[in-house]
Design a protein around this ligand. Structure first.
Ligand code: NAI
Length: 427
């Protein structure tokens, strides 16, 4: 691992760290009109007074704007990271300086430190949990079941977290209500598609200083994230190759004009590989020996299990840091395979990573904020299990954003509404 300071580590003393963190948060806040509007309402109405919100999320400036909004609503908030490499220490320090906020997040923690910080958040006895990957829900259910009765509910930010929660729910093991924030249109159609697309490609380009133009970019998984990565790579003049396991998604990619093939074939032609499946073992020992010299491998899925780095390490005869954030694995025939950000979410864990664009996270976190308020105000109305975000809350976030952008739209007339709701009008 690099010993050079990264973008998040260049600040020498705690006071300067807090100032720098506050400056980053202020910039994000300026571009988050949905959170600004909610914050004004929350400050006046204090809907979270008396609530303790526990959070495990990527601790950087946009998340900090959400945390401050929840604190402004009257909550006490304890937060830690949801990935050992994504925390910005200066932002964490700035949050921790707030009266009603405690931040345990630190960058480059080992596994024990990571879980100790999760435990520290749970020690605040949260009444609401906000997760990105389900770590808090899992730890509370496994290690602190006595707290479950006092939790009114939770919110889950990402696809992988929602998958895990649905599996838990199906087993009858999920004992409080959780909103699938990931699945609601105002999150998934923007954050997963545009956010992951833009920020993953930007981070691959910045970390390697290489161009996409003229390259074969292999996108593993053509779900919401994969669609964004593919579209934006094509927009940068790459030839896009898609690998899938789902026939309908494979056909969508084909009809979009991309080459579709199994990873065993894609391995031979790809220059850059970006995994977005949320699954494990997508690029494995079967594929590395087929790859060209100098290929770049990056993962944008939630966990660092999509590229089998242990297998790559076993195959390699040499391994070294080729650039900051780029680990080169050299095979016996001299082929160099370059892995970015240790196979963790490239848009959040590479040394220069800033995560999604601010505007996108304003939408995702606008949904989070209204969901936390819904739990505080109406939590009793929801049974234990995974819940869709109520449609009116999702729409409220869309309307707030349109207002902020000064965009007006048409309204259905009474006749149109009656026509759309009727089955009697035919030819
Ligand atoms: P999705 O469920 O819409 O798409 C995943 C796709 O991968 C599906 O079409 C599935 O058929 C395909 N797939 C599964 N196994 C595969 C395999 N072995 N080979 C090829 N394709 C395979 O999920 P979504 O929303 O696109 O999320 C994907 C991952 O990205 C999740 O882990 C999610 O948590 C994460 N995520 C990451 C973000 C980031 O900032 N990097 C932001 C949002 C989500």
């Amino acid at each position: 691992m690099s010993t050079r300071p990264t973008i998040t580590e260049q600040v020498p003393d705690p006071e300067t760290a807090r100032e720098e963190g506050a400056r980053k948060i202020a910039w994000a806040r300026q571009h988050m009109p949905i959170l600004a509007a909610l914050r004004e309402e929350f400050e006046a109405e204090q809907p979270l007074a008396g609530e303790r919100v526990g959070m495990a999320m990527h601790v950087e400036a946009k998340t900090a704007a959400l945390v401050e909004t929840l604190a402004a609503a009257g909550a006490e908030v304890a937060i830690t990271g949801c990935n050992p490499l994504s925390t910005h220490d200066d932002v964490s320090a700035a949050l921790d300086a707030h009266d009603r906020i405690t931040s345990y997040a630190e960058r480059e923690v080992d596994e024990d430190e990571y879980y100790a910080a999760i435990q520290a958040v749970i020690d605040h006895e949260p009444t609401v949990t906000v997760d990105d990957g389900m770590d808090l829900v899992a730890a509370i259910h496994e290690d602190y079941p006595e707290l479950i009765d006092s939790v009114v509910g939770g919110c889950e930010e990402t696809t992988t977290g929602v998958h895990r929660l649905r599996a838990m729910d199906a087993d009858g093991a999920l004992r409080y209500p959780v909103f699938a924030v990931n699945d609601t249109p105002m999150k998934r159609l923007f954050d997963n598609v545009h956010g992951t697309g833009e920020s993953s490609l930007a981070n691959v380009a910045m970390t390697t200083n290489l161009s996409f133009a003229g390259k074969n970019v292999v996108v593993a998984g053509y779900g919401y994230c994969g669609k964004g990565v593919a579209k934006k790579a094509a927009g940068q003049n790459a030839t896009v190759v898609v690998t899938e396991v789902n026939s309908r998604r494979a056909l969508e990619a084909h009809m979009e004009g991309y080459d579709v093939m199994p990873m065993a074939e894609a391995a031979e032609v790809g220059d850059v590989f970006i995994t977005t499946t949320g699954n494990r073992d997508v690029i494995t020992a079967d594929h590395f020996p087929k790859m060209q010299d100098g290929v770049v491998l990056a993962n944008a899925g939630h966990f660092d299990i999509e590229i089998d780095l242990d297998a790559l390490d076993d195959l390699a005869v040499d391994r070294y840091e080729a650039r900051e954030g780029v680990e080169a694995y050299e095979l016996a025939d001299g082929t160099r395979i370059n892995v970015l950000a240790e196979g963790r979410l490239v848009n959040l864990a590479s040394p220069i990573a800033l995560g999604h664009p601010v505007e996108v996270m304003d939408q995702s976190f606008g949904v989070q904020a209204v969901c936390v308020r819904e739990l505080a105000e109406n939590g009793d109305a929801y049974d234990a299990g995974v819940h869709e975000v109520p449609d009116e809350l999702d729409r409220l976030v869309a309307e707030t954003k349109l207002d902020a952008e000064g965009i007006e739209i048409d309204e259905l007339t009474a006749e149109q509404r009656e026509y759309m709701d009727s089955w009697e009008h035919g030819t």
